[in-house]
Design a protein around this ligand. Structure first.
Ligand code: BTN
Length: 259
């Protein structure tokens, strides 16, 4: 597939490297960062053989799906870099809207999933490494364009079921432009509050009970908001405020969620 940036991405100073097949675009982005790449680079493919997901899981990218990573160098530090996942989620929702998917069918699930009709359509993985000039960040975005993986422990969706005319190259050009736009608003973290509010306007489960497994503990409460660092804020039944930095969200008070 021939991947090309949209005009806004090009105007914003981005470059692109397309691959027929690659292990992981995130791994390649960090490899390039170690070799001194200055950033503002998209790495993109429609087939990964060793895709990486959150919490050390694998991410499947069969041929025809979209796997892309943005390599950025962020001087402001890891807390600011961590908010880029919200930029990516919003950019993808915007791109999907331009591709013809109705906004009401799309949702953003904390921290970084994009849902279609409540099913996982896309995942986002941030990986960062310190460098002399700041942090090299790979913002990996994987979208089930042609097919959703089978056998996942959560409901999944593919774009092909609602917009079969949109292939990975078309979605990529829209995504790269939408990213440039939302990144401009984000403004190296200074505009995160605007991003945060736009993200909350599309958030799935806001105001409803959720269960979060952090790896160590399971926390339940009402999903109240996200804070200025992008952390999840829950309110327990007893009125206590709980702040969660990382974890997997399940909607409802699921009794069987594992830590
Ligand atoms: C998740 O677990 O939900 C995050 C999945 C992130 C997958 C993308 S695909 C492009 C980039 N390269 C990778 O190896 N992973 C990310």
């Amino acid at each position: 597939m021939e991947f090309a940036l949209g005009p806004k991405a090009t105007a914003a100073g981005y470059r692109v490297a397309g691959y027929e097949t690659i292990g992981s675009t995130n791994a390649e982005a960090l490899e390039r960062a170690r070799a001194g790449d200055p950033g503002r680079l998209w790495l993109v493919t429609d087939h990964q053989t060793a895709g990486r997901g959150r919490r050390s899981r694998a991410w499947s990218t069969p041929r025809g799906n979209l796997a892309s990573s943005i390599l950025l160098v962020v001087a402001e530090g890891p807390a600011v870099a961590a908010t880029l996942g919200f930029v990516a989620g919003l950019a993808l929702v915007s791109a999907l809207g331009i591709a013809g998917v109705a906004a009401k069918r799309l949702g953003l699930k904390w921290p970084n999933d994009v849902l279609l009709d409540g099913r996982k359509l896309a995942g986002i993985l941030l990986e960062a490494e310190p460098r002399e000039d700041g942090f090299a960040v790979a913002v990996g975005i994987g979208v089930n364009v042609a097919a959703a993986p089978e056998g996942m422990p959560y409901p999944v969706a593919s774009l092909a079921t609602v917009a079969p005319q949109v292939d990975a190259t078309r979605l990529f050009a829209l995504l790269a432009d939408a990213w440039a736009e939302v990144e401009r608003i984000w403004n190296r973290g200074r505009g995160f509050d605007v991003v945060r509010k736009a993200w909350l306007a599309q958030a799935a489960g806001l105001g409803h009970p959720v269960t979060v497994s952090t790896g160590d503990v399971v926390i339940t409460g009402t999903f109240e908001t996200i804070d200025s660092d992008g952390r999840l804020i829950l309110r327990s039944d007893g009125g206590e405020r709980r702040v969660v930095s990382a974890g997997d969200v399940h909607f409802g008070m699921a009794a069987t969620v594992r830590a």
